[in-house]
Design a protein around this ligand. Structure first.
Ligand code: SAM
Length: 356
C-alpha cells in the first residue's frame, strides 16, 4: 500500500476538498434525506427523461421549498444533474440508492455515530467515548449493545455483519483444516460464526464467550436453530482480568473482536489466551487492517470507522495498522505462523501459535 506518501492534488483541488470537509455534515444529511424521502428514487424511476421540480413535489408529496433546497444541494453534491429543467440521477446517486456498502456505512454513521461525534474532541482528550451518553451511561457501547434503541441496534448489527458475512465463508475451510474441533469464539456476538461452523462440519463444537447481555441474543438464536448440543456459552467481561478463562480448546477464534480494545488490553487478552491453550493450540484472528487494503476507499472506510471507537464505542481502540496489532500479538508470546490478506471485503486472517 502506497496511498499516503504524496500530496497529489493541485491547489484548486485541495481548496475544493477543504470545502467538502467544511460542509461534510451538510452533504451527508442532504444525501440521506434525498435517499430516505424517495426523491432520488422518483428521479431514478423517471429514467433518462427525468423529472421537473414540480413533478418531484407531486411524486413525493413533500413541500415545494424543501424539495427545491434538497435538489439544489444535490446538484452541488453530484447526486443529480439538471437539463432543460429536468432532473436525472447520476452514478453517485445510483450508488447512494443501491450500493450495499454505502447503505450500511450511511445507516451506521447516521443511527450510531452522528450525534455522538459532536463529542469527538472531548473523547480524544479524555480517552473516553464521550459521545456514548446520547444512548446511555455505560463505560463502553458493548455493555449497552443489547439495550440500544431498535433502529440503532439494527444499523450497528448490519454494519458489523456486513463485513464478517463476506469473510466467514472464505475462511471456514482453512480454520477447520488442522483438526480443530473444539473452538472458543471470543466476542461471538449473535452466534454467526458458531452457526456457520456447525454447518461446515458435523463434529465441530463452539463455545461463545461474550458479555452476558450479548450472549442472551446468541443463546436465543442458537435455540431457535436447535443447535444447543453444538454450541456452549461462557459469559464474561474480558476487561476484567480476574474472571476465569475457560480451557481445553484446540483453538481460540476472535473475529472483529480485538479492535474493540486498546493495545494494552489486546496484550492482556492474548496473554490469557496463551495461558488457556496448550502448546499445540492456535489463536486465529480475523481483522481488517487499514494498511493492508487493495483499494484506497477501503482504507478510508476503516480509518473513519476508528473514530466510531473513539467517540462512541470505548474511547481507546480502533481499526488498527497491521504493524501496531501484530506487535501486540508478539508481545503476548505468540508467533504468527500464517497471514492471509484480502479475505472477503477487507480482512486478514492471522494464525498464531505459542512462541516456544
Ligand atoms: C464487533 S463485535 C464482533 C462480532 C463477531 N465476532 C463478528 O465477527 O461479526 C464485538 C463483540 O465483542 C463483544 N465484546 C466487546 N467487549 C467485550 C468485553 N469486554 N468482554 C466480552 N465481550 C466483549 C461484543 O459484545 C461483541 O459481541
Amino acid at each position: 500500500m502506497n496511498f499516503y506518501t504524496k500530496d497529489t492534488k493541485t491547489a484548486l483541488e485541495s481548496k475544493d476538498l477543504a470545502q467538502w470537509i467544511a460542509f461534510g455534515p451538510v452533504v451527508f444529511q442532504v444525501a440521506k434525506v434525498l435517499r430516505d424521502t424517495g426523491i432520488l428514487t422518483a428521479v431514478e424511476e423517471s429514467g433518462l427523461k427525468g423529472l421537473t421540480q414540480d413533478e418531484i413535489v407531486e411524486a413525493t408529496t413533500l413541500p415545494r421549498y424543501g424539495v427545491r433546497v434538497l435538489l439544489e444541494s444535490g446538484l452541488g453534491i453530484g447526486l443529480v444533474i439538471l437539463n432543460d429543467l429536468r432532473y436525472t440521477l447520476t452514478k453517485t446517486g445510483h450508488f447512494i440508492l443501491h450500493d450495499p456498502l454505502t447503505k450500511v456505512n450511511m445507516d451506521f454513521v447516521q443511527d450510531v455515530c452522528y450525534k455522538g461525534l459532536y463529542d469527538l474532541e472531548a473523547s480524544i482528550r479524555n480517552g473516553k467515548p464521550e459521545g456514548l451518553k446520547v444512548f446511555g451511561n455505560w463505560p463502553t457501547i458493548y455493555e449497552g449493545l443489547s439495550q440500544l434503541p431498535a433502529p440503532v441496534q439494527k444499523s450497528w448489527f448490519a454494519f458489523d455483519h456486513f463485513f464478517s458475512d463476506t469473510a466467514f465463508p472464505a475462511v471456514l475451510k482453512t480454520v477447520y483444516k488442522n483438526g480443530i474441533r473444539n473452538i472458543l469464539d471470543i466476542g461471538g456476538n449473535t452466534g454467526k460464526w458458531a452457526i456457520a461452523s456447525t454447518r461446515h462440519a458435523p463434529d465441530v463444537h463452539v463455545t461463545i464467550m461474550d458479555l452476558p447481555g450479548q450472549l442472551n441474543v446468541a443463546k436465543n438464536r442458537i435455540a431457535e436453530l436447535g443447535l444447543q448440543d453444538r454450541v456452549s456459552f461462557h459469559p464474561a467481561n474480558l476487561l476484567d482480568e480476574t474472571q476465569p478463562f475457560p480451557t481445553g480448546f484446540d483453538a481460540i477464534w476472535m473475529s472483529q473482536f480485538l479492535d474493540c480494545f486498546s493495545e494494552d488490553e489486546i496484550v492482556s487478552i492474548l496473554k490469557r489466551c496463551h495461558q488457556a491453550l496448550d502448546d499445540n493450540g492456535y489463536v486465529l484472528i480475523l481483522e481488517a487492517f487499514w494498511d493492508l487494503q487493495r483499494f484506497e476507499t477501503a482504507a478510508f472506510c476503516l480509518q473513519q470507522t476508528s473514530i466510531y471507537f473513539t467517540a462512541l464505542a470505548n474511547g481507546n481502540s480502533q481499526m488498527y495498522h497491521s504493524k501496531v496489532f501484530t506487535d501486540c500479538v508478539r508481545a503476548a508470546g505468540f508467533e504468527i505462523t500464517q497471514q492471509t490478506d484480502h479475505i472477503g471485503l477487507s480482512h486478514t486472517l492471522l494464525s498464531c501459535k505459542k512462541k516456544i
